[in-house]
Design a protein around this ligand. Structure first.
Ligand SMILES: [Zn+2]
Ligand SMILES: [Zn+2]
Ligand SMILES: [Zn+2]
Length: 784
């Protein structure tokens, strides 16, 4: 074992800068003076300013103060201010001298900003539970401060006639509110009431109405109570709900949805109920109740017996939790009063269903009844997923509440449409300084998701009235997204997958110049035609150099090895032992294969048939999970690696030997460094033979990968290290890498508002394509 040096003295004070963008009713309500007072009271440095795009704040201090500041902004805002969206990210400090109110910026963002759908506000919530109010129990109550936006807009400007609400003519009462500047519903485009607005109905599987109005909601609740499965048309698509307490109901849902062990998200009736089951920190609390109201990954409380069945998220120490965010959900959850599974209304990996007729057809084998309504959903918007990592929020799936808010860049870029990758697809469109990232579309593997992909591209270009001059795609020639891009009549920049990951992370952290990009994921097409995935890319404003990578190994069966981590394990050990692997070795994981399977796999490996070489970090995690006996075959992508992460014990600080060439063996020819995981895997096998527990082995393995990052960063001598790619959804890996890099004098960056997984690829593609199209001296671009 390699003992690691630990710093004894307390860490130095680190000043950070937080950038906050607040949208909503925040102008003309004393928001800037409030921010100024709060910042001064807390001795923060920075500024606040107004523009058409919202209130912008930058503040500098130590991390805990900034965290406190963000929470107090939302908690103590002026009474008339309403926050419809609050986004923040941590950036490098700028060295402000004081806190000031900067003059409004009239030239600001002139691009029409389309707001995401906003969770029900407190005022509307009070009305729907007030028997004297005319909107009592009305499930489509909304106002200028809350309600549907992105999911109902057909075109700009954002007027009722350009939304799916144009089908409903306002009654005299609603009209009065709409016309009255003093009313909360002044120009609230989706304004509606029980008299004039959309209505709910309960349908059976044949589409026959069995109840309407509040009765429909009560009956739906009743169905769930007796173990039924109910499809509910929500804001951005259908949910499928089932009693999360009932093992039988949850297993039934898994069978019908053809969904193995992949965790389900749960909607809780109240924060109290969430706290009963999960640990809720302050940032998590904010997220759960925020206008964005995403699904938040929470660590389950171990001290209590949870309210939900183990089958909801088998073997998972985390639970995806959300609270009701639309009036319909509030009313329904009030009747149900216990946690329900709330999963998207689709078959596995298809896009979420948005139309009731389509739902009757597509969800007929899943749901018993359908709680529907007659307000058309213009575009599908899934629930977003977020977690708190290193005391910052990290968005893992960007959809409802976030899409289509832009990521701003410093210099205007040409109009580029980026079509994203293959899995967890999103697309992005740049307009001036703004890059609009679409909502999550999904894996482009079936006709439905491909259609959704086409629809999203069309509607994004139409909404922003932007005709792209250039397209950006992945380098993989066979991705459906790449093929789409190549079929358009525009130049296409093909961007290497991991370089796109690095660019995305740089963009959201607003850094430029030289960095070491550590991009680890499951798969990405390399410039040499092999499958990359454990990459160290020295990146600057002109392009990148692949400075280091994992040692490659074969994946017998290609795609099948993604589903069977034991195949990755065979590939890894075959790289170490060659054909001897099959002679006289008896690794426990090999017993999960049939004898005939092993014979075939041996031939495949020996003759290199259908066994692509890969440097994938994700597959290496899979292999180690299989070798340690945790998981041989997965139900969903990333399951084995996740289980290896969950197995890791916290208090382990040592690592396995690093397989890196001795320093003096390095020549000056910029040859690529190879990180050989062989010594670590040998040590894993030895620890297993010695009967050491998997918690220890997993922690040591994770620690080894982190030390590899630190060591390679030291050898390459680049002070800023960007951590990106799906592997950095792994909390243990990311937190430890950030800590060790900081301890050893590096400056680490990671994702915050944009997913580290392939959902962030489209943003990176825009950045990379823009860099390539800007002529620079000595450019060695990404191969546009
Ligand atoms: Zn409201
Ligand atoms: Zn009305
Ligand atoms: Zn990726």
């Amino acid at each position: 074992m390699v003992p690691l040096a630990r710093r004894e003295e307390p860490p130095p004070v680190v000043i950070q800068r937080v950038r906050i963008t607040i949208r909503g009713a925040v102008q003309g309500v004393g928001f800037r003076p409030f921010v100024y007072r709060l910042a001064s009271e807390m001795s923060l440095k920075g500024w606040v300013s107004n523009s058409a795009g919202g209130v912008f704040i930058e503040a500098e201090s130590e991390k805990p103060q900034l965290e406190e500041f963000v929470l107090r902004l939302a908690g103590e805002k002026p009474p008339r201010a309403v926050i419809q969206s609050l986004e923040f990210s941590y950036l490098d400090p700028a060295g402000f001298a004081a806190f000031e109110i900067r003059p409004s910026d009239p030239t600001g963002d002139r691009v029409a900003l389309i707001l995401p759908d906003i969770a029900t506000c407190g005022d509307c919530l009070r009305e729907i539970f007030d028997p004297r109010d005319r909107r009592y129990r009305y499930p489509f109550t909304n106002c200028t401060n809350c309600g549907p936006r992105y999911s109902i807009i057909e075109s700009l400007p954002y007027d009722r006639d350009n939304t799916s609400m144009r089908l409903f003519r306002m009654c005299a009462d609603c009209e009065r509110e709409y016309e009255d500047p003093r009313d909360r519903r002044f120009h609230a485009q989706p304004n509606a009431c029980p008299v004039c607005g959309p209505q709910v109905e309960l349908w059976d599987c044949a589409g026959r109405k069995t109840a309407a109005g509040h009765d429909a909601i009560c009956e739906a609740a009743q169905r769930i109570l007796v173990g039924g499965i109910v499809a509910v048309k929500g804001l951005g698509g259908f949910h499928i709900l089932a009693d999360a307490r009932s093992e039988e109901a949850v297993l039934q849902l898994r069978r019908r949805k053809r969904r193995g062990k992949k965790p389900f998200a749960v909607m809780y009736p109240s924060m109290d109920a969430v706290r009963h089951d999960c640990e809720v920190g302050r940032l998590e609390h904010r997220l759960l109740l925020s206008p964005e109201s995403p699904i938040v990954l929470l660590r389950r409380a171990t001290a209590t017996t949870g309210l939900v069945s183990e089958e909801v998220a088998p073997g998972n120490p985390y639970l995806g939790v959300m609270l009701p965010y639309s009036p319909l959900h509030h009313l329904l959850m009030r009747e149900i009063a216990f946690p329900v599974v709330a999963t998207s209304g689709n078959l596995s990996e298809e896009p979420i269903c948005t139309d009731e007729q389509e739902a009757l057809h597509r969800l007929r084998d899943i749901a018993d009844v359908f709680l529907i309504h007659n307000r058309p959903i213009v575009r599908h918007v899934d629930d977003s997923i977020a977690r708190v990592l290193l005391a910052r929020e990290l968005v893992l799936r960007r959809a409802r509440g976030y899409a289509p808010l832009p990521v701003a860049v410093r210099e205007p870029v040409p109009n580029i449409l980026a079509v994203g990758g293959h899995l967890k697809n999103t697309v992005a469109l740049s307009v001036g300084r703004n890059i609009f990232i679409s909502q999550h579309i999904g894996d482009l593997e079936n006709d439905e998701s491909l259609e959704a992909f086409h629809r999203v591209i069309k509607s994004l270009c139409r909404l922003y009235q932007s005709e792209p001059v250039q397209l950006a795609s992945d380098l993989h020639p066979d991705y459906l997204s790449t093929r789409y891009a190549c079929a358009q009549h525009h130049p296409v920049a093909a961007i290497q997958h991991h370089y796109a990951h690095v660019c995305a992370c740089m963009a959201e952290n607003e850094i430029e110049g030289r960095v070491l990009g550590v991009a680890w994921d499951g798969t990405g097409f390399g410039t040499d035609g092999t499958v990359w995935g454990g990459e160290f890319l020295l990146t600057d404003d002109t392009g990148y150099r692949r400075a280091a990578s994992f040692r490659a190994f074969a994946l017998p069966g290609g795609e099948q090895a993604v589903r069977e981590p034991r195949r990755a394990a065979l590939g890894v050990i075959h790289a170490m032992l060659g054909d001897d692997l099959f002679e006289g070795h008896d690794f426990p994981f090999m017993r999960s294969f049939k004898e005939t399977e092993l014979t075939v796999l041996r031939q495949m490996l020996r003759r290199r048939i259908n066994s692509p070489m890969t440097t994938s970090a994700g597959r290496l995690f899979d292999a180690v999970a299989a070798i340690t006996g945790l998981r041989q075959i997965v139900d969903f992508e990333g399951q084995a690696a996740m289980e290896l992460e969950f197995a890791a014990a916290d208090a382990v600080d040592d690592a396995y030997p690093l397989g890196l060439p001795a320093m003096d063996a390095r020549d000056s020819s910029n040859a690529m460094l190879i990180f050989d995981w062989g010594p670590a895997v040998s040590a894993v096998i030895q620890d297993l033979r010695d009967g050491l527990p998997e918690e220890l082995i997993s922690a040591r393995f994770h620690n080894t990968l982190v030390e590899a990052i630190v060591e390679i960063a030291q050898r390459l001598g680049e002070s800023r290290v960007v951590l990106t790619g799906g592997c950095f959804q792994n909390r243990y890996l990311t937190e430890r890498a950030v800590r060790r890099l900081s301890e050893t004098g590096f400056r680490p960056y990671w994702h915050q508002r944009v997913p580290p997984n392939d959902g962030g690829i489209s943003l990176g593609q825009v950045i990379a394509a823009a860099r390539a199209s800007t002529p620079q001296a000595g450019a060695h671009g990404p191969g546009a």
